[in-house]
Design a binder for this molecule. Structure first.
Ligand code: AMP
Ligand code: ZN
Length: 121
């Protein structure tokens, strides 16, 4: 597994409460909070508590953690107000690397939903 936390990482600071956020969910290994610049009526980020820079670093050893994160997404999406599938639903997006549009280098999954039109996406 990657290093626990990176002192220079903005999302590690959010996990530690050093930078404020609007928390959606937290357990021992993951943290979810509202995106500061939402594209959609519901837009939050789900991140591992370990500092993993991106999906590019993911290997078989991360599969159980990522599986548990994935399993949380539908529950958190409904909790935050997305409409039920299939009329509602959500987008799950992971930008990876510069050409993938990634700006913050701590693995995060965007969960976006709610009535359209959206600002972006
Ligand atoms: P990405 O381009 O996938 O790396 O997305 C980074 C996301 O993090 C963007 O949607 C930002 O709006 C969001 N973001 C950056 N800083 C914060 C913050 N302090 N609190 C919440 N969301 C943030
Ligand atoms: Zn980090």
């Amino acid at each position: 597994m990657s290093v626990a936390q990176d002192p220079d990482c903005i999302f590690c600071k959010i996990i530690q409460g050093k930078i404020p956020s609007r928390k959606v969910f937290e357990d021992d290994e993951m943290f979810a909070f509202h995106d500061i610049n939402p594209w959609a009526p519901v837009h939050f980020l789900l991140i591992p508590k370990w500092h993993i820079p991106s999906m590019a670093q993911i290997t078989e050893e991360h599969a159980p953690l990522l599986g548990r994160m994935m399993a949380k997404v539908p529950q958190l999406a409904l909790q935050e107000g997305v409409n039920p599938y299939p009329q509602g639903g959500f987008r799950l997006v992971t930008n990876t690397g510069a050409e993938g549009g990634q700006e913050v280098h701590h693995l995060h999954w965007h969960v976006m939903g709610g009535p359209r039109p959206w600002l972006r996406g």
